[in-house]
Design a protein around this ligand. Sequence first.
Ligand code: NAD
Ligand code: UDP
Ligand code: UDP
Length: 314
Amino acid sequence: MKKILVTGGAGFLGSHLCERLLKEGNEVICLDNYFTGSKQNIVEFLDNPYFELVRHDVTEPYYAEVDEIYNLACPASPVHYQYNPIKTIKTSVMGAINMLGLAKRVKARILQASTSEVYGDPAVHPQPESYWGNVNPIGLRSCYDEGKRCAETLFMDYHNQNGVDIKIVRIFNTYGPKMNPEDGRVVSNFIVQALKGEDITIFGDGNQTRSFQYVDDLIEGFCRMMASEPGFTGPVNLGNSGEFTMLELAENVLDLVGSKSKLKFMPLPQDDPKQRKPDTSLAYEKLNGWESKVKLRDGLEQTIAYFDGVLRTS
Ligand code: NAD
Ligand code: UDP
Ligand code: UDP
């Protein structure tokens, strides 16, 4: 039985990861400050004696004896990470330093949840890991993008200088059950709007693209990366190879919900990437043929069913 620390464990991805790790028979410490996560996401694990919930902020040092660390603590939705940009960059940078210091002390393997946002508004399409990105260092998104880039630097430096056993994954837009209805990212916004019969908010002309990955595929990728051969640090892209415009996403959601909501066009936020799609050949090669398999409509169906339940009971 391994003892595993999941920072940001009460969030969307973290709660799915805790569930998977518990099912595999591990002992899990879930650390969260509940900024965007909630106890609701992990309440079902609270009577499991191998699950421990800790209210803690990763910008403060944390001491525990663990075998593995998944560092997920950071708000991920533009609305939330821009609410307090200084706190966001502190979370990425100081959180990385503290968790790397912990990993160094106890000789734990540590995985960083990085992001496709390190590619900024990419000039290379699709994006391979070798692309250095196109990021505005002083824009509205930079607290998140640059914070995550600096965290990657810290991970590589702790690896090279102190021999810390690191793994870096760059996550592309991932969605699924347990997203917060107020999260603000596009998939949950469109589904909640469609279910409530409210207007669907399209930012810009809706022709910008994203690749949407269902959460189960990502969690499988996390676990394969954590178990990957020693010395393979990444970064490795984890994302779905389908590419959709926001108009196509809206059409699919409206169709699956059977909603008559109208499209409402709103201004495009500053520095919003025009296109994004991962090159996942490295993940396929290094993670035993890993691929993000769930098709958009199948994943949307699951997610719609979840939000339908949440909205009926709230
Ligand atoms: P989320 O907002 O649901 O989860 C983030 C969790 O971190 C929340 O539970 C929040 O309360 C916690 N947190 C935030 N600041 C903290 C702090 N200072 N100390 C302790 N806990 C803190 O978002 P998510 O989608 O689950 O994202 C999880 C991780 O994956 C993030 O690091 C995010 O950057 C990364 N990521 C996610 C996506 C995606 O599409 N879902 C894409 C790229 C990267
Ligand atoms: N740290 C932590 N838990 C630990 C060990 C370290 O939170 O178990 C923090 C520690 O407070 C420090 C940071 O991690 O600020 C970086 O640790 P490192 O050993 O690299 O640096 P130093 O302590 O020498 O500044
Ligand atoms: N978006 C949108 N309507 C919304 C929320 C987002 O059209 O209600 C757009 C947003 O401008 C971006 C895309 O959807 O082009 C994905 O946005 P999200 O915030 O989900 O993720 P990110 O921009 O970080 O990829």
